[in-house]
Design a protein around this ligand. Structure first.
Ligand SMILES: Nc1ncnc2c1ncn2[C@@H]1O[C@H](COP(=O)(O)OP(=O)(O)OP(=O)(O)O)[C@@H](O)[C@H]1O
Ligand SMILES: CC(=O)N[C@H]1[C@@H]2OC[C@@H](O2)[C@@H](O)[C@@H]1O[C@H](C)C(=O)O
Length: 365
C-alpha cells in the first residue's frame, strides 16, 4: 500500500482539491484528510483568459498568450496547496510516496488527439520533494481515446468497497457532468453526460457577479422554460453513444439569454438533470441507484430534478461516507498509484481506447 496525495483543479475553476489516500491501486485501505486551496478572483480571471487563449491551440507544448503565466500560477497554487496540507496535518514529504497531479485542463479536443492540462509536474516534484505523476490524459488521447473520464476505475473501487450490488451509477457533477455505470465486476461504462455546473456558474456570474447558484436557491424560485429546455436538449451530443467526452465550453447558454435570472437558472439546472437522464438509453440497464459527487451534490434543486428525470433513488457521496468534493482528488491519487504499477487507467468502455491502457508521466524530485 502507498500513501498518495491527489490534486484536482477542475473545470469550475474554483480551486485546488487535495486528498490523501492509502492504496495499492486496486483497493483503498484508508482515506486520509482532504484540503482545498481556492483560487482568488484575480487568479480565476487569469485562468479564464488562459482558457480563451487555449481555444486555438494546436501544439500541446505551446503556451501562447496568458497560458505561460497561468501555468506558473497553477504550479504555484498546487505547491502551496500541498505544503499547507502537509503542515495542517503534521505530515512530512517523505511520508508521501507519490503525488497525482491532474493540472488544469485548458483545451480538450480528443477528436484532434489534443488535450492540454497546464501545470509543470517536474517543477512540482522538485518543489515538494515527492515523486509526481502528471500529464495523465496524454497517452489515452494519443492512442485515440476520449481522454476522459478518468475517475471510473476509482468509482468502481469505491462501489466494490461499499459492497453495493449493481447496477449503480456514480455521477460526478463538476463543471462538466460525467457518469460511471457499475455492475458487478464487469468493466465500468463511463462518459461525460453533458453540462454539470459550468453553464449555471457562468450564467449566474454574468447576471449576478457570483459564479454559483448557491444551494440551487435561484433555480428553486424560478420556472423551467420548456421551449428553451427543448432547444438545449436538441444538441446532437445526447444522441451519441458512449464513449464520449466534452470540453468545458461545449454548450451555449444562448437559449436562456432572454429569461429572467431565476427562470434561466431553473432551466439550466433542468438541462443538467435531463442531459444526465438521457444517458440511460445508452446503458445496458437503468441504474436503480445514482450516487452524486462533485460540487453539484451540494445543489438540492439539481438533486430533486435528477430524481424526477431518472425515476431512480438519487443519493449523495456523503450518504455513503465518501467525500463529494474531494472524490476527484482521491481518484487522481489512486490513478497515480496505478500509473506507478503500470495498471490501466482507462478502458475501451470508459474512453474508447482499443485496449486497457496505463499512462501518466513520472517526475522524480
Ligand atoms: N452549495 C452549493 N450549491 C450549488 N452549487 C454548488 C455548491 N457548492 C459547489 N457547487 C458547485 O460545484 C462547483 C464546483 O464543483 P467541483 O469542484 O466538483 O467542480 P470541478 O471539479 O472543478 O469540475 P470538473 O469535475 O468538471 O473538473 C461550483 O462551481 C458550483 O457550481
Ligand atoms: C478533459 C477534462 O479535464 N475533463 C474533465 C471534465 O470535468 C468532468 C468531466 O469533464 C471529466 O470528463 C473530466 O474530469 C474528471 C475528473 C474525469 O476525467 O473523470
Amino acid at each position: 500500500m502507498l500513501h498518495a496525495i491527489g490534486l484536482m483543479s477542475g473545470t469550475s475553476l474554483d480551486g485546488v482539491d487535495v486528498a490523501l489516500i492509502e492504496s495499492d491501486g486496486i483497493s483503498i485501505s484508508s482515506f486520509g484528510p482532504t484540503g482545498f486551496r481556492p483560487y482568488d478572483d484575480e487568479e480565476r480571471a487569469l485562468l479564464r483568459r488562459a482558457l480563451a487563449d487555449a481555444a486555438s491551440l494546436a501544439d500541446r507544448k505551446a503556451r501562447p498568450g496568458a497560458l505561460r503565466e497561468a501555468e506558473a500560477l497553477v504550479t504555484e497554487a498546487h505547491a502551496e496547496a500541498v505544503e499547507r496540507f502537509l503542515a495542517a496535518y503534521a505530515l512530512r514529504a517523505r511520508e508521501v510516496d507519490v503525488v497525482g497531479f491532474h493540472g488544469q485542463t485548458v483545451i480538450h479536443r480528443p477528436e484532434r488527439r489534443l488535450t492540454v492540462q497546464i501545470g509543470d509536474g517536474a517543477a512540482l516534484a522538485r518543489r515538494l520533494g515527492i515523486r509526481t505523476v502528471h500529464d495523465l490524459r496524454a497517452a489515452d488521447v494519443a492512442a485515440g481515446g476520449q481522454g476522459a473520464p478518468f475517475v471510473p476505475v476509482f468509482h468502481q473501487a469505491l462501489v466494490r468497497r461499499a459492497g453495493l450490488a449493481g447496477p449503480v451509477a456514480v455521477l460526478n457533477v463538476g463543471g462538466v457532468a460525467n457518469v460511471t455505470w457499475i455492475d458487478a465486476d464487469a468493466p465500468p461504462i463511463a462518459c461525460d453526460t453533458g453540462p454539470g455546473n459550468a453553464l449555471i456558474d457562468d450564467f449566474m456570474f454574468e447576471r449576478t457577479g457570483a459564479g454559483i447558484d448557491r444551494d440551487g436557491a435561484a433555480a428553486a424560485r424560478g420556472r423551467v422554460d420548456p421551449a428553451a429546455l427543448d432547444r438545449l436538449m436538441a444538441h446532437p451530443y445526447f444522441a451519441q453513444r458512449p464513449p464520449k467526452s466534452l470540453d468545458r465550453n461545449a454548450f451555449s447558454r444562448e437559449a436562456v439569454s432572454g429569461l429572467a435570472t431565476e427562470d434561466g437558472a431553473a432551466t439550466l439546472t433542468a438541462f443538467t438533470a435531463r442531459s444526465v437522464a438521457a444517458i440511460i438509453a445508452h446503458l445496458p440497464a437503468a441504474p436503480a441507484l445514482w450516487i452524486v459527487c462533485g460540487g453539484g451534490a451540494r445543489n438540492p434543486t439539481l438533486l430533486r430534478m435528477l430524481a424526477r428525470e431518472t425515476g431512480a433513488d438519487v443519493r449523495t457521496a456523503e450518504d455513503f461516507g465518501w467525500s463529494a468534493e474531494a472524490l476527484e482528488a482521491q481518484a487522481f491519487a489512486f490513478l497515480a498509484v496505478r500509473s506507478l504499477a503500470g495498471l490501466p487507467l482507462t478502458f475501451p468502455t470508459t474512453t474508447g481506447v482499443a485496449e486497457p491502457l496505463s499512462g501518466g508521466v513520472l517526475a522524480e524530485p
